[in-house]
Design a binder for this molecule. Sequence first.
Ligand SMILES: NC(=O)c1ccc[n+]([C@@H]2O[C@H](COP(=O)([O-])OP(=O)(O)OC[C@H]3O[C@@H](n4cnc5c(N)ncnc54)[C@H](O)[C@@H]3O)[C@@H](O)[C@H]2O)c1
Length: 380
Amino acid sequence: MQVGVGREQRAGERRVAATPETVQQLTALGLHLLVESGAGTEAGFADAAFKEAGATVISELPFEALDVLLHVRPITPEAAARLRPGTVTIGLASPATELRTVRALAAAGITSFALELLPRISRAQSMDALSSQSLVTGYRAVLEAAVRYPRFFPLYMTAAGTVPPARVLVLGAGVAGLQAIGTAKRLGARVSANDIRAASADEVASMGGTFINLDVDAAAEGTGGYARALGEDRAQRQRSLLAPHVAAADILITTAAIPGRPAPLLVTTAMVASMRAGSVVVDLAAESGGNVEGVIAGQDVQVPVDGGSVTLVGLQDAASAMPSDASRLFARNVSNFLALMTDGGLVAPDFDDDVVAGTCLTHGGAVRHAPTAAALETEA
Ligand SMILES: NC(=O)c1ccc[n+]([C@@H]2O[C@H](COP(=O)([O-])OP(=O)(O)OC[C@H]3O[C@@H](n4cnc5c(N)ncnc54)[C@H](O)[C@@H]3O)[C@@H](O)[C@H]2O)c1
């Protein structure tokens, strides 16, 4: 069966959905990999390395002849329309926002898998692209803050005087937040964190952070380990309880998210304005509306404060900014998922398997993910 890996189409996307290592893994399963020339160049994987691993490198991907298409970002509706009915696609599909593509995938009879929908159970951990990419994003967020911060992160005691350590506050202690805590700790900062899921307190401590208990947490735990949105009165209470912690922080990193909903507003402009001049705020939720008021995805905004300004960073495409390792992890997720459905060189999804069924977005002309199907009906 022919498995295609194309150059990503979205501007600024530097990752690739396969690496020479995963080409070898998939070739050993009896699949034939077709890699579009240059697909891995920006991630540091040359055409020659793909060829050596057993792939055929071609100038343009023959969409009409593929049995499987691997991708990072959602494919375009036009690309979906070129695939044959029954073709399997695997990658991030952003079903909540890319409704045109979902409609095109269903209309073309594609069996599409959206890795965002992968059930978060231990058996599926090796396929969990949200986790692997959040790890990259959390790490990168701290580095983005550090290069903009006009002071050191670690404590220095030198002959010329003592430099105090930076105080880093992380809001939202999921996969990205925990990675941000660990990275800031390794740089020598003093780190504290808050999450509305009480269960995250131990995880924060295990990464070396101090958990801030705000007493708004009851019943914030949703299903599958995710958070539930707070009502507006509790959200306001959370903001007022967070205010003194934000004012005391030099670096604020926000990662709070609720699946399928806009990001919760945790930090108002007044709270940012209470920080010291030179402080840096990195909002990882900028693309989904932002945790910080006034954030602009993909831009730095200077918020005036006494004696200078605070830099508010709308972090965008952070995983793509580290394309080599982000692709290495992502490609393994994709390859492990494809391997789950491959037997004797044939790709045949088994919908009795919870991991396969749970990740499926469209199949046989229908949208199988109920919330996306409902969103499409509302839109129609
Ligand atoms: N078992 C598995 O395979 C597996 C894999 C990955 C993650 N998980 C778990 O899934 C859960 C979600 O992780 P994620 O990184 O995808 O989360 P996410 O990206 O959906 O959200 C990030 C964090 O923001 C927090 N948050 C939401 N609203 C908030 C608010 N108002 N204030 C403060 N924090 C708020 C959430 O609780 C979460 O920890 C975690 O419990 C994680 O450990 C499990």
